[in-house]
Design a protein around this ligand. Structure first.
Ligand SMILES: Nc1ncnc2c1ncn2[C@@H]1O[C@H](COP(=O)(O)OP(=O)(O)OP(=O)(O)O)[C@@H](O)[C@H]1O
Ligand SMILES: [Mg+2]
Length: 915
């Protein structure tokens, strides 16, 4: 980076600092000597066991003695190495490969636990792989030592003590061992590459994959069986109190950093522990901590460090030299982060810009901003078009546990791209990951190139500011109506338990459900004569609520308020929502029934949070799906009022079969897996189009940067590999090559990329570029490419659009046909197919979206918004293909469609869009 030399150490502001390359160190002999994972002279007891290995061993010893026998110890190889030495080396390697019975005598010096952490440290530091050889201070370089070292490095048959070791090993080795160039001379990667069925390798369950077969029950757990349901309880654990803990006072921070913490007295426990590393070191960081632990402040510290680097002698800042990217998964969070950072950093003159949803930034706006707050998808699109993000010196990824979700591949791809950029430009970009508590944090840390000793900070649930008691209600009744009834009854029971004592927040999963649930509870309470328990006759809140009713627009809300009940969703007017938020915040509303919008955009807490049902309509999958883990964690994050409650209460009412999933999720037992295979072909296409991957070798290397790689090493069988695969291929060279070969073959077959199977070279085509820049799947591009004809009219174009792969899960429900039939009469471009066809539904809904038609059904509305949001990119891709073919008339028609979708993007009032 151009400004490297000018960067200033924030601690000793004014001093010049040298910003080094990441995770590298000189690979000197003394470095190797210092490694603890060594084989001592007296430990090496290799004995050949077969005639073949004995012959190879003796030949190798002979060769070594011939060349090194009488040389002094401290020899240094001077460059250039004579040609004949290369041959000798090759011979030694060949001999080494013949010795296959080595390893049994290798013993680790330290006990398991200690050696783990040391490997961790070594992992990022060593340039060469394998167990290190201790040549012994001042003793001659032992022949046996060389054997052992080379054998470990070249033959890589290591007896792994546990999986973690293999992971570190793989991470370390990956840095050096890539597919050898020589393999490319004789055709890419010697031997036949296997064609894998990528679709069948991807996880069907997506984000609901539960790789842990069992869930270890947390301490204090108890269960009650009731008629039709089970109740599982996890009691709250007290907050961790460490009387010796030293919290960092804001006043102790460097003076220039303090304005960003205005209004705060000190950093909390989590923040104080990360403080030194975040503000003064340059290590990458992974911070895993519970909801509300204050992770944003840690992000703030790393941001301040970058600002500090650019502090000038006169106390002003040079903001032209750096950029910070803050990636957060929901649009609502993006908006919140933008306003938070803009407010807190205003004294520094920093410009913070939002880049999410429909918003785009002009080149000038990007240029002027120092901090870009964006969603993973948006940042993916930006970096697909240009790798020119050279000024970026810090990338913060919030909620990185999203890796486990269907949207995870995008995160993997942006991190891998960043790592490739670091590698090619040799300029460091600091990576900071923030996540909820999760069991396999080491994997995520390694993926982010975090030094496990220096940059990994992990805090368990006892660090939650308000402890959480958890209750999981698993309904075993199958019959839908009965189940629905039971859910309502249970909800009433739970709400009543808190009546008059504390507030309750209930999350439901559609706007209509809010009023329906609230009314049902009130009616049941009236029938049971319990309604006065929520709001006492003489309560002051009664008057306050009464005084607000006049101002309320929504009819349901007007009726509910007198009982101390309210609803909240994005369909209410802003005024209504604000009144509800204020009344609940001040403690007047006792029970608030809300959609997930509140969870993501409003900072309200209640003692008890109930998630009533965990299924939500998912248009992408065309049906009712479980809530995403991200949503569940976010909703439960509202349980417990900081500073008021000793603990909060989270209740999840769900199906019996889902209880283990949520129990695992909330108790650090759900391993975060990779969903990358699902999107491998498209992501590979994006890299090829960008030019960062030009051949299969580079692609294999790129794949080594993904989270998929670390998870495959850690849990090979889950990813379709043999359990002992690592014994033969510690860096999964073969598997990565097969994956790349398979993805490249798909892309080649569909004409997105030209893939030369012999040389392994890739060449992007126009179609590949169009697919990448518009983030359109290869399946869709193929359909367009096949079916586009120069003579097509509007009807055909809309039909073609409806065949996009992005809409493949859209189905026609029996209850939707009536409403669709009505809509059919109102759309401007006629539709040829019958309503039995999903493409007819897609077509109708797209036109309904463009014309701003209001729909009755929830599922249809969700489908319509989903289709409308995707249409922009798809039409643009379609237009570009037509343009490339030179079909002027068709291009004009497509352009009109773009204008239509653009118009709707600019003027749309429908915004259930959270991303
Ligand atoms: N040192 C502090 N002093 C006072 N308030 C703080 C401090 N640190 C954090 N907070 C407050 O705690 C709340 C939670 O912080 P934050 O949003 O950073 O949590 P989080 O760990 O990111 O949670 P989530 O997992 O929900 O994203 C915020 O309202 C924040 O202002
Ligand atoms: Mg946060």
């Amino acid at each position: 980076m151009a400004n490297l030399g000018e960067k200033i150490d924030p601690k000793s502001s004014g001093d010049r600092i040298a910003k080094g390359r990441p995770l590298e160190r000189d690979d000197t002999v003394s470095d190797r000597q210092s490694k603890r994972h060594c084989i001592r002279d007296d430990d090496v007891v290799y004995q050949p066991k077969t005639k073949e290995t004995r012959d190879a061993y003796e030949a190798m010893i002979g060769l070594i003695q011939q060349h090194l026998g009488g040389l002094p110890l401290n020899i240094k190889l001077l460059k250039p190495i004579p040609e004949e030495m290369n041959q000798v080396f090759d011979q030694l390697v060949s001999f080494g490969k013949l010795i296959t019975d080595f390893g049994v005598a290798v013993e680790f010096e330290e006990d398991e636990e200690e050696s783990d952490s040391d490997i961790a440290q070594d992992e990022e530091l060593q340039e060469t792989g394998g167990i290190q050889v201790d040549a012994g201070e001042g003793t001659s370089l032992n022949v046996q030592d060389i054997d052992a070292y080379w054998l470990q490095r070249e033959t890589v048959i290591e007896r792994e003590e546990n999986l973690l070791k293999s992971l570190y090993e793989a991470a370390r080795r990956l840095k050096d061992i890539t597919v050898a160039d020589t393999d490319f001379k004789s055709g890419w990667f010697k031997g036949q590459r296997q064609m894998l069925d990528l679709e069948s390798l991807a996880f069907d369950q997506g984000g609901f994959l539960m790789a842990n077969e069992t869930c270890v029950l947390p301490p204090g757990f108890y269960r009650s069986r009731c008629e039709g349901y089970d109740e599982l309880n996890v009691p709250w654990v007290s907050k961790k109190v460490d009387i010796n803990e030293k919290l960092v006072k804001i006043g102790e921070m460097p003076a220039w950093a303090q304005p960003a913490f205005k209004g705060m007295r000190q950093l909390n426990s989590v923040q104080s522990k990360v403080y030194e590393t975040a503000l003064f070191k340059e290590d990458n960081i992974l911070l895993c901590a519970p909801t509300d632990a204050g992770k944003t402040n840690v992000a703030m510290l790393t941001i301040l460090q970058q600002i500090g680097f650019n502090k000038k002698g006169d106390g002003t800042y040079n903001h032209g030299n750096y950029k910070i990217v803050y990636v957060t998964p929901m649009k609502a969070l993006v908006t919140e982060v933008v306003s938070n950072l803009s407010y807190r950093l205003k004294d520094y003159g920093v410009t913070v810009k939002e880049l999410s949803g429909d918003q785009s930034l002009s080149g000038k706006e990007i240029e002027e901003a120092q901090i870009i707050v964006t969603t993973p998808e948006k940042w993916d699109i930006i970096t697909r078009k240009s790798s020119d993000t050279q000024l970026v010196s810090l990338v913060i990824i919030d909620e990185i546990h999203l890796l486990h979700d269907n949207r995870g591949p995008v995160l993997e791809s942006i991190v891998a791209r960043t790592l490739r950029q670091i590698e090619t430009t040799k300029e460091n970009i600091r990576l900071v990951g923030l996540s909820a508590t999760l069991p396999n944090y080491e994997d995520v840390a390694l993926f982010l190139r975090v030094d496990l000793k220096k940059g990994l900070f992990k805090f368990d649930r006892s660090y939650r500011p308000v402890p959480l008691s958890q209750q999981y209600i698993g309904i075993s009744v199958q019959e839908p109506l009965q189940k629905f009834q039971m859910m309502n009854d249970l909800c009433y029971k739970k709400v009543l338990a808190g009546a008059g004592k504390h507030q309750v927040l209930i999350f439901v999963h559609s706007r209509k459900e809010t009023a329906k649930t609230a009314k049902l509870i009130v009616e049941t309470a009236m029938a049971n004569d319990t309604v006065s328990r929520f709001l006492k006759e003489d309560s002051a809140s009664r008057e306050v609520l009464q005084s607000q009713i006049e101002l309320i627009k929504n009819g349901d809300l007007k009726k509910l308020l007198p009982y101390g009940f309210a609803i909240h969703h994005a369909g209410l007017t802003r005024g209504d929502r604000e009144i509800v938020e204020a009344l609940f915040g001040e403690g007047h509303v006792q029970v608030l029934v809300s959609t997930e919008t509140l969870a993501w955009s409003v900072n309200l807490h209640a003692h008890t949070v109930i998630i009533k049902g965990t299924e939500v309509y998912n248009p992408e999958k065309g049906g009712w799906m479980e809530l995403t883990p991200l949503d569940v964690m976010q909703m439960l994050g509202h349980a417990g009022r900081p500073q008021y409650d000793q603990y909060g209460e989270g209740i999840i009412i769900t199906s019996y079969s889902k209880v283990q999933f949520y129990l695992s999720l909330m108790n650090e037992q759900l391993p975060i897996e990779s969903q990358f295979i699902l999107k491998l072909a498209d992501q590979l296409n994006a890299e090829i189009a960008l030019g960062t991957v030009q051949n299969a070798r580079e692609a294999c290397h790129w794949l080594g940067y993904t989270y998929l790689y670390y998870r495959m090493v850690r849990n090979p069988t889950l990813y379709g590999l043999a359990p002992d695969v690592l014994a033969k291929d510690v860096v999964l060279e073969g598997r990565r090559a097969d994956l790349i070969h398979s993805a490249a073959t798909i892309l080649d077959k569909n004409n997105l990329v030209k893939y030369d199977r012999k040389s392994g070279c890739f060449q992007v085509t126009d179609l590949g570029r169009i697919a990448s820049y518009n983030c359109v799947s290869h399946g869709t591009i193929v359909t367009y490419n096949e079916l586009l004809k120069p003579t097509m009219g509007d009807i055909d174009l809309y039909h073609l659009l409806s065949l996009s792969e992005e809409f493949k899960y859209v189905t026609v429900g029996p209850d939707e046909k009536m409403e669709l039939a009505k809509l059919l009469d109102r759309v401007t471009v006629p539709i040829k197919e019958t309503l039995e066809e999903p493409s007819a539904k897609i077509n109708v809904l797209l036109q309904a979206y463009i014309s701003h038609l209001k729909l009755e059904s929830l599922s249809l509305t969700s489908d319509m918004v989903f289709i409308g949001q995707n249409a922009g990119r798809l039409v643009r891709a379609l237009y570009e293909i037509v343009l490339k073919r030179g079909w002027v008339q068709l291009a004009e028609k497509a352009l009109k469609m773009i204008i239509g979708t653009l118009f709707l993007v600019l003027s749309t009032s429908i915004s259930s869009d959270l991303i």
